[in-house]
Design a protein around this ligand. Structure first.
Ligand code: MOS
Length: 734
């Protein structure tokens, strides 16, 4: 995905005339921004909501993926007949180009192409289809595959091929000179572990061809792209692929692009003429979907005696398979968060054969902010300036590299209000607070996440019975799309929530941004908002008033001297489409979500075990669409921050790069006992006029950005140990 921030291109006069408050601030239904419960909540907790694998079409058979047990080379043989003779087994399939990870961007090739090439340990190389799941899995485990093996490099630090993408290098001013001449300078290197998205719902697909058209029940984030990818892999026109994904049990980036189970199911269903279900086993979710890269980040920072930064360098190394276009944009947030005239950015991509790396929640900032915000803490310590104060002093007026203006940015407020609410003034000096066996300390970090917007279309229809229907191919990956779209429509058309029906998760509906990059709610929400504007215009015509003089509330329209029930005003369905897309202008604002994290931890004086006692995040994202779901996103991000700080780490076998801890028992995601009561606070009064028509920015990834650094900085304050290699497991403390 292109992570370049872009401004929205929308009809400014329609919604944002400076002389007029935006329509949303003049609506009176009182739904938008409230902590409305999810309409889909009861369906989910009662098991009524149907997830991808839960359908039972007639004649259904099951496929189980077979994983490569070498790191690099070629499959030269497969004892398919032996397995096909096993009970219930229908077919062993291989050679389909996209049984490989589709992220590798291979175009369709004829199915007779030779046996698969292997690029990483665990890569899917075949599918075994059988009447039952147990039969398919048993046969898949029994399948003997022979390989021609090649030597593979798996160590990012020893890679012989290292790319330096030109667009990611920057040298501004005189970094070395500034480092030498400044009274305070630090040169420090951080490393972060690879992460797994590990969604609770594994990747699952049921493929069925109906009249020559593929119907795929899947678990995906961005349906219009997923349709295109799947059609490409099948060599068919996009019109012949339809994806249903009404409920998605978490994605975190791993379901942005079509994954091997969908491709395998689609090919198998076509070949066998029966519906085929393929669900990844938990270890396959770890191995076959994309991981977040490990990072090495050298940070050089300098400031004058007042703490004003003079130098900032962020030089990183990440990894991916050879030929992959994606590389973790580690320094993304560093470019615009703080000033400092002399700057250097280098970005290296080691080409190695660990499993494919891709976007995992907040690609860039999630790990880049760990290095930047811990390094800022080191600078504050070296300059003997309070770390909250140091950050505030270095908030630039315009972007330090392009001189662009910033849109709404409440970073200072988040830091100050957070410090106040958290009791930052109670923070003591390093290793000054021993309570029983625990050293206790506090840490702070800024949060920042680049804001993106993506093209989105939505249709809203007001029906004669006084209900409204909202249609778009948006997905709800647990984030609250059903809720916020209900709220936008209800607010704009003056309808209580029960009168609004939201249909999403079907690729035949108008094409939205889908869910990813924190752009879903704002992009898709803006399209829905514009569609509602269209409906309001029709209603205003009926009422013979100007759209601005129309008030809609509780199913009634008021304008001029009239009040009319919508059921009397609307004789036939009244529809409008909203369409929003990124702008093409060059004089962009710098648009991002901002915040501040505060953490208090205890470090056990004998074992080095770290416990987070409490954590506060204060965030500013422009308009908040739903206080409950937005807060919940912040909680999720902060929890992942705790995981990144203390426990989460993919372990690669140094010999072959394979993921050793490919399950939830050994890949340690924080559980309830690791997470204290979290305090997430969203500024309610901010609006970002530059971001999009609804003045809202992304929240899904802001909560993770910087969170781990606050924990790392608290460890330092508690016990004096500066951890520079995350996660900060007890062996790294004492
Ligand atoms: Mo996100 S990593 O774009 O789901």
């Amino acid at each position: 995905m292109d992570d370049t921030p872009r401004n929205a291109d929308f009809d400014v006069a329609l919604t944002m005339d400076a002389a007029q408050p935006p329509v949303l601030d003049r609506t009176v239904q009182g739904l938008l921004g409230t902590a409305m419960d999810r309409p889909d909540g009861p369906l989910k907790v009662t098991g009524t909501a149907r997830y991808a694998a839960e359908a039972l079409p007639e004649n259904l058979v099951t496929g189980f993926l077979v994983r490569a047990t070498i790191t690099k080379g070629r499959v030269i043989g497969m004892k398919a007949e032996a397995v096909e003779a096993m009970p219930g087994v229908i077919r062993v399939m291989t050679g389909h180009p996209l049984l490989r990870n589709p992220a590798q961007g291979q175009a369709h090739q004829a199915p007779e192409q030779i046996l698969p090439k292997v690029d990483y340990f665990g890569q899917p190389v075949a599918l075994v289809v059988a009447e039952t799941f147990e039969q398919a899995r048993h046969a898949a485990q029994a399948l003997v595959v022979t390989y021609e093996e090649e030597v593979a490099e798996v160590d990012p630090n020893a890679a012989s091929q290292v790319d330096k993408p030109k667009a990611s290098q920057l040298d501004q001013g005189d970094l070395e000179g500034a480092m030498r001449s400044s009274p305070v300078a630090i040169d420090t290197t951080y490393t972060t572990a690879p992460h797994s998205s590990a969604p609770m719902e594994p990747h699952a697909s049921i493929a069925e061809w109906v009249d020559g058209r593929l119907q795929l029940r899947g678990s995906y984030q961005m349906l219009k792209h997923n349709v295109a990818e799947l059609a490409d892999s099948l060599g068919v026109d996009e019109a012949r692929v339809r994806i249903h994904a009404p409920y998605v049990g978490g994605g975190f980036g791993s379901k942005l692009g079509i994954a091997p189970e969908a491709v395998a199911a689609a090919h198998a269903a076509r070949e066998l003429g029966r519906p085929v279900r393929v669900v990844m086993a938990r270890d396959q979710v770890f191995e076959m979907t994309m991981r977040r890269t490990e990072t090495t980040q050298r940070m050089r920072l300098a400031c004058d005696a007042d703490g004003l930064m003079t130098a900032l360098a962020h030089e990183d190394r990440v990894s991916n398979l050879p030929g992959e276009a994606f590389s973790e944009p580690t320094a993304q947030g560093t470019h615009f968060l703080y000033g400092g005239a002399n700057r250097r950015f280098t970005h290296e991509v080691a080409r190695i054969h660990r499993p494919c790396a891709g976007s995992v929640r907040a690609p860039g900032e999630a790990v880049g902010m760990i290095a930047l915000e811990c390094a800022m803490d080191e600078l504050a310590e070296a300059a003997d300036i309070d770390p909250v104060e140091l950050r505030i002093r270095n908030i630039p007026d315009t972007t330090p590299e392009g001189g662009q203006p910033y849109s709404e940015r409440a970073l200072e407020r988040c830091l100050r209000e957070g410090a106040e609410r958290f009791g930052w003034s109670q923070r003591r000096g390093m290793a000054e607070r021993l309570e029983g066996d625990w050293w206790v300390g506090m840490g702070v970090a800024a949060a920042v996440r680049t804001n993106m917007m993506e093209e989105s279309i939505a249709r809203v229809t007001l029906r004669p019975d006084g209900t409204a229907l909202c249609e778009t191919d948006m997905t709800d990956i647990g984030t609250g799309s059903y809720a916020i779209l209900t709220q936008i429509v209800g607010e704009m058309l003056g309808l209580p929530r029960e009168k609004v029906e939201v249909q999403i998760g079907d690729s035949d509906l108008p094409k939205s941004s889908g869910s990813g990059g924190s752009f879903g709610a704002q992009s898709c929400g803006s399209a829905v908002f514009l569609a509602c504007q269209g409906v309001r215009k029709h209603l205003a015509e009926r009422m013979e008033v100007a759209p601005d003089d129309l008030t809609l509330r509780d199913g009634r329209a008021t304008g001029g001297n009239r009040q009319v029930a919508l059921t009397d005003l609307v004789e036939a369905p009244m529809s409008a489409e909203g369409h929003v897309k990124p702008g093409e202008t060059e004089d962009n604002f710098s648009i991002a979500g901002y915040g501040a994290h505060f953490a208090e931890v205890g470090v056990h004086r004998d074992t080095g075990e770290v416990r987070v006692h409490r954590m506060l995040g204060v965030f500013s994202i422009g308009r908040v669409l739903n206080m409950k779901t937005a807060t919940s996103q912040c909680h999720g991000g902060m929890i992942w921050g705790i995981g990144s700080a203390l426990t989460e780490e993919i372990m690669h076998d140094p010999r072959d790069g394979r993921i050793v801890n490919h399950n939830l028992a050994e890949y340690h995601i924080p559980v309830s006992l690791d997470v204290p009561q979290l305090d997430a606070m969203l500024l309610e009064d901010t609006r970002d006029d530059q971001a999009n028509p609804i003045q809202a920015k992304g929240i899904g990834e802001l909560g993770i950005s910087g969170a781990a650094a606050a924990v790392g900085n608290a460890i330092r304050n508690a016990c004096g140990v500066r951890v520079r290699d995350f996660p900060a497991t007890p062996d790294k403390i004492f």
